[in-house]
Write a protein that binds this ligand. Structure first.
Ligand code: AMP
Ligand code: GLY
Length: 413
């Protein structure tokens, strides 16, 4: 049996570890209280000290910092790109130059590092205005607004270094794209790629896509409205040229490449790349690919990606976020509705609870300890069943100030 180490501590890693545990021996580092309660092995020892056939690195930060390189240098098979590949996510300015060289369709842009340059560029743009920090900002460095005033204020604030430190000292100002978004994940082995079921993320805090951008408040897969022709266009115009450009640059990209796409009236446009699974996208994709997931990820890590089994059924995830999220999430609120194992107190068929920001207090109760607290996933043969199960499950959990969207997958189901 494959011995697998998963690096990370969020709901994404909980979902990956849970799915991998269907066919592998799994240890998560550092993991979280909910994973341990769920019967997954967690350890505080770093991945560099653990023996494994496969290391799956969940979050972007360790990838950008070169953890995959370090582990590979020591002989490990790693699912996750090296620091060279991770630059696609680590620097928006690098990404934009890369896309231009690769010929991938994406928003027009300018890189600025002074307030004067930002004002000149924004002043000459049309709404929606898009202001991004260059560096990593935990999914919160992007403002999209129809207000020029708000865009200018945001650019000044970011450049001041107050809001995002060094990550914000350089900005990318982009053309605002209009259309429907979707998340396209492709597994890569350095040469070949395989596209997973298209997923939909709900980035705004409030129903109807209102309120601030978040890390993601829910999601579902597969997305039926993306037809085969659109998917083929994304593969041909976006993914394939990206892999080719990576190879031209000598980047041996092994891991998942997550293309955030905007389907505009002029065709698909790449918004951004992430070099890891989306969160909450992983919470809907992992269940669909649970069988044989360890083999598939291992084959990508070892440069011999085979056929990926077809996804099974559908999944919907509802995120329960803490009071005050995203600005200032409140920790310490006791969570009602969970059993000893961190799952629903009364189990429901097809429902699994992935823990993100939870901890156990002195009495052993689960309490909030982060912005996104739990991701409740419902699975089933079709989206309507998956959605009903996800909301049934989520409805049995509560805590003071809990924020959740009620419209995840509503139209699609
Ligand atoms: P990013 O961190 O680059 O994925 O941006 C976060 C979110 O901001 C995206 O998921 C989009 O909803 C939105 N966004 C980013 N760039 C653009 C753009 N050029 N036009 C419109 N919306 C955008
Ligand atoms: N769901 C958005 C992300 O993971 O970046």
């Amino acid at each position: 049996m494959t011995r697998c180490v998963v690096v990370g501590r969020g709901a994404r890693e909980h979902a990956l570890a849970w799915a991998l545990a269907g066919s592998a021996e799994v240890v998560v580092t550092p993991g979280n209280a909910g994973m341990a309660a769920h019967g997954l092995a967690v350890t505080a020892r770093p991945a560099t000290e653990l023996d494994a056939d496969l290391v799956v690195i969940g979050p972007e930060a360790p990838l950008v910092e070169g953890l995959a390189d370090e582990l590979r240098a020591a002989g490990a098979a790693v699912f996750g790109p090296g620091a060279d590949g991770a630059r696609l996510e680590g620097s928006k300015a690098y990404l934009k130059g890369f896309l231009a060289a690769a010929g991938v369709p994406s928003a027009a842009y300018a890189v600025v590092d002074t307030a004067e340059a930002a004002e000149a560029r924004l002043g000459a743009s049309r709404p929606p205005y898009v202001v991004k920090t260059d560096g990593l900002a935990a999914g919160k460095g992007v403002l999209v607004t129809d207000s020029l005033e708000a865009a200018l204020a945001d650019a000044r604030e970011k450049l001041s270094g107050r809001a995002f430190g060094e990550a914000g000292r350089r900005l990318v100002i982009e053309e605002g794209l209009v259309g429907e978004e979707c998340s396209v994940h492709v597994l890569c082995d350095g040469e070949r790629f395989a596209t997973l079921a298209v997923a939909q993320d709900y980035k705004r805090l409030v129903d109807g896509d209102r309120g601030p951008n978040t890390g993601g408040m829910g999601g579902y897969a597969p997305v039926a409205r993306i037809d085969a022709a659109t998917l083929a266009a994304i593969e041909d115009e976006v993914v394939a040229p990206t892999i080719a450009e990576l190879r031209r640059r000598g980047v041996d990209y092994r891991g998942v490449l997550y293309a955030g796409m905007m389907l505009t009236s002029d065709g698909p446009r790449l918004i951004e790349y992430n070099v890891r699974f989306g969160d909450p996208e992983a919470e809907v994709l992992a269940p669909l690919y649970r069988e044989g997931l360890a083999d598939v990820l291992r084959s990508a890590a070892e440069g011999r990606l085979g056929t990926v089994p077809a996804p099974k059924g559908a999944a919907v995830t509802v995120v329960l976020a803490a009071a005050g999220y995203p600005e200032g999430p409140r920790p310490g609120d006791p969570i009602e509705g969970l059993g000893e194992d961190g799952q629903l107190g009364e189990p429901l068929e097809g429902v699994v609870v992935f823990h993100a920001g939870t901890a156990r207090d002195a009495a052993g109760r689960f309490v909030t300890a982060g912005g996104r607290v739990l991701a409740v996933t419902g699975t089933g043969p079709d989206l309507a069943t998956a959605r009903a199960r996800a909301y049934d499950g989520a409805g049995r959990i509560d805590f003071a100030g809990c924020q959740r969207r009620l419209d995840v997958a509503r139209r699609a189901a």
